[in-house]
Design a protein around this ligand. Structure first.
Ligand code: ADP
Length: 854
């Protein structure tokens, strides 16, 4: 009852005050408060189900914490957008943006963005500020809200936020719109082009500089300065807005080009309305030849014709005050969808800065009645309708804001409680012996063997599954599983015998699925609902490295290895020079032949693998760094799909180091030991780690999470050059969208942070964790698997200890050659429980460089 009274008062207030006041019209429109429904939030694409459009709510997030478009935003913000449908026209004065924080797990945000808007859903206009600038400065971190005043404001029903990046990178956004409902209902006005006045050698421009419609022999189909809520000052040479030209606030005309003595304006509305009055803000600086119009005649169009009996209104001439003023023209409750008004000159100039329409209470009843916008609570209950500056409005606004904040706090507290319980449960489950037993029963073939039994890892297995975390070249679990398929069995055996370095087989080589796989997947599924499918959009390359290379110009030399997608071959490429960027120096080019690595997609690959292969191509094509392996060209026009990358002569880092021993530190008594073919110095090892850190620094500058950093995924070229490779796992940032062989996934748990394992969260900070393990691998020369004394189950248990942080967690030990300072200050800092306290790649890189020069 009380609320009804307040609403009535608001409506009355709204009918009294016809013009919008942008200073008061700044109410949150419902992204945070929930008045905007999920189905009214859409997007061009999303990375996964848990980063869909509906999670783009400021201060809420949900899902994985924000909306994130697929893979990477196109530079310049031309493609990806988050769209909000407000269900009715709104006057929008402010926008707020935030990145993906997800309680410290996320770090993606839009540093810049653009806004597009539409009133009808088909004509889209790019918002620009009063100086024509379209790009808005966005967020600097993932958590702070950055508010941006829209000057000029927007009148729209649909608004799109479009992240802008200088280079391809991953961005995520949460947004809110602020304003009030646009009760004028005006969707466009058409007027003649404004004129220019020369006043004492000063050029005074009366054009409509923010008009958002079509400008060709007059302005049509848009709104602009006459509806921007800014009223001109008494002296039209000055403006309320800083740094603009004289006459900026006004749109005006001189009578010299209007032989009929009037200027005609046409106003179109969203639907038929019952008009009470029109308020026109005009200048009356008669000392400079400007006066309020002498007469206005308005015609009304309702169904199909201009109705007879236009309304004529003559304001009382004011020859005393030169103040600018609102002139109210009564429109006599006439019904119309379009109004045409002819304003007659009473002097040389006529200047207008604002036009507002007041439709009668019948209009409010129509537009707010049940069934009109049934799904839009904004139009029904929300007091953010047409604004006046009365205290009641402010009070109601404050009340709504307080209620919204309180509800948000309650929701967040509840959510945190649920999250914590879930986490506790999850880690308890991981430690639960029953689980092992249960899984053991489910998978009869499963028999856990400790690493001490690893000697029999070479024994033949009949199972579809195989030990999943061996070291060296054939680490890639999915490929190993794939290789066990009949057609790959042969090459698998060959590879296996060649991997003399393979040290640990922590769980049963009898091939039972690892329990962690099932468990992690189920954890991820339960934490946010579903495992996302690779959201593959068609492969459309514009990058030079995405150019199609003629297959016939590739001749196969030898097989280099086998990856998750298929075999990798060394090839001679003829005429590859034409495909190389100028900045690229790959190997030696003998005449026209260049050695390249060709990665192939197995011909029987399923759709997921094919999509992931193409996705890896898309990712790689956009990466340009001396420490990232370079994609040179592709063969994707026909099957089988191939990607051509630079050839790294020394293969992967794991195998490379595995075959070396550490060069002893120089001893004064002993002659200096040569750095021969089979030894490597500590400095070289650190320089390799520094190169990896440098490559990762580049990736992190793109907000790009690798997810599978390890020595096995780094390639070694000439002179100990290191390039990071293997972007296959990066295809899905937030979800365990791994290859699932017979419903199982395989994860590199020994390299994964506790939060990646327990929560499925992959961030730059979890890449830093993996870097710590990679550094450990390097300094132990890959002679041992990380935590080789622990079984996979124990590794997972240890993860739970990292989570609980009761001092029971086991850290990888200090490698013999590793100085205390590197171990304590660098390696251990990568494994800090709090992701925020882990160093950045920038810091790691700087530290390693310092260590090299020390
Ligand atoms: P996937 O990413 O599909 O698992 P990889 O890229 O890891 O496949 O390739 C498998 C193996 O092939 C690597 O371990 C490495 O030995 C070899 N290899 C891959 N790319 C190159 C390259 N560019 N130069 C030399 N060897 C390579």
């Amino acid at each position: 009852m009380e609320f009804k009274v307040i609403r009535l008062f608001v409506l009355l207030a709204a009918t009294v005050k016809a013009q919008v006041n942008p200073e008061v019209c700044r109410y949150p429109l419902g992204m945070t408060g929930g008045q905007i429904q999920d189905e009214d939030i859409s997007a061009s694409s999303y990375w996964s189900e848990s980063t869909a459009a509906k999670f783009g709510r400021l201060d809420i997030g949900g899902g994985d914490g924000a909306w994130c478009p697929d893979i990477m935003s196109e530079p310049h913000g031309l493609k990806e957008y988050l769209q909000v449908d407000l269900r009715s026209l709104h006057f929008i004065t402010l926008v707020g943006t935030q990145g993906r924080h997800a309680d410290g797990m996320g770090n993606e945000f839009a540093q810049k963005y653009r806004i597009k808007y539409s009133r009808d859903g088909s004509n889209w206009v790019s918002w620009q500020d009063r100086k024509g600038q379209q790009v808005i400065e966005g967020n600097r971190n993932a958590y702070d809200v950055v508010l941006k005043d829209l000057e000029p404001p927007i009148i729209a029903r649909y608004v799109r936020f479009m992240p802008v990046t200088d280079h391809s990178m991953i961005v995520c956004m949460r947004v809110e719109l602020y304003g009030c409902e646009w009760l004028d209902g005006l969707v466009s006005y058409s007027i003649p082009d404004g004129h220019q006045m020369i006043y004492r050698d000063l050029e005074v421009s009366f054009n409509d500089s923010v008009y958002d419609g079509v400008s060709a022999e007059g302005l049509t189909k848009g709104l602009g300065q006459l509806t921007d809520g800014t009223w001109g000052l008494d002296d039209f040479l000055h403006s309320q807005i800083y740094g603009v030209w004289p006459g900026y606030d006004y749109v005006g005309w001189s009578n010299r080009t209007f032989p009929k003595g009037y200027v005609e304006m046409i106003f179109d509305f969203d639907h038929v309305r019952n008009f009470t009055s029109m308020k026109v803000h005009t200048s009356n600086m008669f000392s400079r030849g400007v006066r309020v119009f002498r007469q206005v005649t308005c015609f009304f169009w309702s169904d199909s014709e201009w109705e007879p009996g236009p309304i004529t209104f003559r304001p009382t001439p004011d020859r005393v005050s030169q103040r600018a003023r609102f002139v109210t023209v009564t429109l006599g409750d006439r019904t119309a969808k379009t109004i045409k008004c002819r304003f007659h000159f009473s002097d040389v100039w006529m200047l207008f800065s604002e036009v507002a329409f007041q439709s009668g209470s019948a209009v409010y009843n129509t537009s707010m009645g049940p069934g009109k916008h049934p799904k839009n609570p904004l139009t029904v209950d929300d007091p953010t309708h047409k604004v006046d500056d009365s205290n009641t409005r402010i009070l109601i606004g404050c009340l709504v804001a307080v209620i919204a904040i309180l509800s948000a706090i309650i929701v967040i507290m509840l959510w945190r409680q649920v999250w914590q319980k879930m986490l506790e449960k999850a880690s308890r489950r991981l430690l639960d012996d029953d689980l092992t037993a249960r899984l053991a029963i489910q998978n009869r073939a499963f028999a856990f063997r400790h690493s001490s039994l690893s000697s029999d890892s070479g024994s033949t297995s009949n199972s579809t599954y195989e030990r999943i975390y061996p070291l060296c070249a054939d680490y890639q679990e999915p490929s190993r599983l794939i290789r066990k398929l009949p057609e790959f069995a042969h090459s698998a055996e060959n590879l296996k015998s060649s991997s003399s370095c393979m040290a640990a087989t922590a769980s049963g080589s009898d091939g039972a699925p690892h329990y962690a796989e099932a468990d992690i997947i189920s954890l991820q599924e339960s934490s946010d609902g579903s495992i996302a499918a690779a959201n593959m959009t068609p492969f459309t390359g514009t990058d030079s490295s995405l150019r199609e290379f003629p297959r016939e110009k590739l001749s196969f030399k030898e097989k280099l290895g086998e990856g998750q997608f298929g075999e990798v071959h060394l090839c001679e490429a003829e005429g590859m020079q034409d495909f190389l960027d100028e900045d690229l120096s790959v190997g030696e080019i003998s005449e026209s032949l260049l050695l390249v690595a060709v990665k192939t997609l197995r011909e029987d690959a399923n759709k997921n693998a094919r999509n992931d292969f193409l996705k890896e191509i898309r990712i790689m094509s956009r990466l340009r760094d001396p420490n990232i392996v370079r994609l040179l060209a592709v063969c994707v026009d026909t099957d089988p799909l191939w990607m051509i990358t630079e050839y790294m002569e020394n293969g992967d880092l794991n195998q490379f180091l595995c075959n070396l021993r550490l060069k002893e530190a120089p001893d004064e008594d002993k002659p200096e030991q040569e750095e021969g073919e089979d030894s490597i110095s500590y400095t070289k090892l650190i320089s390799m780690a520094a190169q990896i850190a440098s490559g990762m620094k580049y990736l992190s500058s793109l907000n790009f999470v690798h997810r599978d950093l390890a020595t096995r995924n780094c390639l070694v070229g000439k002179n100990y050059t290191i390039r990071i490779a293997d972007f296959g796992m990066s295809r899905n940032l937030y979800k365990g969208d791994y290859y699932r062989i017979q419903g199982r996934a395989v994860l590199p748990i020994r390299w994964m942070s506790w939060e990646s394992i327990l929560l499925g969260k992959f961030t730059m900070a979890s890449d830093v964790w993996a870097f710590g393990v990679t550094l450990w691998e390097i300094l132990t020369l890959c002679k041992e698997q990380p935590y080789s004394q622990l079984s996979d189950e124990q590794v997972i248990e240890n993860t739970g200890e990292f989570f609980r942080d009761k001092g029971k967690q086991v850290y990888l030990p200090k490698p013999p050659c590793c100085p205390d300072s590197v171990y304590n200050d660098l390696m251990l800092s990568c494994w800090r429980r709090n992701a925020k306290q882990r160093p950045s790649f920038q810091e790691i890189h700087a530290q390693l460089q310092e260590n090299m020069s020390a």
